[in-house]
Ligand binder design. Structure first.
Ligand SMILES: Cc1cc2nc3c(=O)[nH]c(=O)nc-3n(C[C@H](O)[C@H](O)[C@H](O)COP(=O)(O)OP(=O)(O)OC[C@H]3O[C@@H](n4cnc5c(N)ncnc54)[C@H](O)[C@@H]3O)c2cc1C
Length: 289
């Protein structure tokens, strides 16, 4: 492994200065569960690693209707908090299945987002919860929707000197429910062949006021199944309408065949997982009315 300087960051300025100084030869370290594996494998040759676990602003976790989650907050802090688990079920489903307990005690959603892998399990949940990514850089802060953050395999909107500071999730409306499920050949410690997060907001008339469906591992970036979402809005949340939306979501998937699964298998899985997550989101939405 190429030797690098380790910087235990104490301020946002310190992080952006080190990143700006070294460009592509510096990266943030959150839990390190992707980064350390990649450094050992020679994916990156770095001169500086900036630890953001030591940065107080990246460890913020506050629920006040809306949720502020620092980019270094590990998964276990999310699902162990009963109030967060109740209000934000779509992100809790994802956070609870990233690796095993050892991984979840280090790794977080910030690292999952910034690693920008198509199979990232927590990103679809952030999308259906309408999350906003707060990015800090040499010119100050800017915000990008979680849906627009990932731009390709291991690529995202972060520019030189910038890092993800925190993720903000708006307070869910009354009658909101969400869920995430993935399919892996093994029960845990495996990468998704396909994953789907769905959310439903029920109106006072019992019809679907809003719906979001985000797919993982079926394209270079997360995919929002917009036609399926539009189909559901204004309709009764019946099994037949959920089945039709699942078919439309299947059409939105643009997977490849690889050692993990074929195009046909992945499309089939998207249909099944969309039906299951919409059904679970609906149950949760009814509980939240
Ligand atoms: C055994 C094992 C099992 C796993 N299982 C799963 C799984 O089931 N599902 C899944 O999705 N993933 C899985 N992973 C991958 C990994 O654990 C997750 O992607 C995790 O969420 C990464 O978070 P982290 O905090 O460890 O990120 P890190 O490894 O610290 O960082 C990941 C990448 O993002 C960059 N980065 C981190 N934080 C920031 C920031 N704030 N701003 C800018 N860049 C940043 C880093 O430089 C690095 O390139 C697994 C990994 C292992 C080793």
């Amino acid at each position: 492994m190429h030797p690098f300087n380790y910087v235990a960051a104490k301020s946002v300025d310190e992080v952006t200065k080190v990143l700006a100084k070294h460009g592509d030869r510096a990266r943030c370290l959150a839990g390190g569960t992707d980064l350390l594996v990649q450094l050992r494998a020679g994916v990156y040759e770095l001169d500086a690693v900036v630890d953001i676990k030591t940065l107080p602003a990246a460890n913020v976790l506050t629920l006040n209707g809306s949720l502020r989650m620092g980019s270094a907050v590990p998964c276990h802090r999310i699902y162990e908090d009963k109030a967060i688990a109740k209000a934000f079920p779509g992100i809790v489903d994802g956070a609870s299945i990233v690796g095993g307990i050892q991984i979840q005690s280090r790794a977080g959603m910030g690292g999952n987002l910034c690693n920008s892998s198509p199979s990232a399990d927590t990103v679809p949940g952030l999308i259906v919860h309408n999350a906003e990514c707060v990015i800090a850089g040499p010119k100050g802060k800017r915000s990008v929707a979680a849906a627009d953050f990932v731009t390709g395999v291991r690529r995202n909107v972060l520019k030189n000197g910038e890092f993800l500071l925190e993720v903000k999730l708006p307070k869910p409306d009354k009658g909101f429910g969400a869920a995430y499920e993935r399919f892996t050949p093994r029960n845990e410690m495996d990468i998704a062949i396909a994953g789907v997060a769905s959310s439903i907001t029920l109106g006072a008339n019992g019809k679907v006021k809003d719906a979001k469906i985000a797919l993982a591992a079926v394209a270079p970036t997360p995919v929002q199944a917009k036609k399926a979402e539009e189909f559901l809005i204004g309709k009764e949340p019946t099994a037949a309408n959920i089945a039709k939306a699942s078919e439309l979501a299947r059409e939105a998937a643009k997977p490849i065949s690889d050692m993990r699964g074929t195009v046909e298998q992945r499309k089939h899985l998207v249909g099944v997982l969309t039906r299951r997550t919409l059904t679970k989101a609906l149950e949760r939405a009814k509980e939240a009315k």
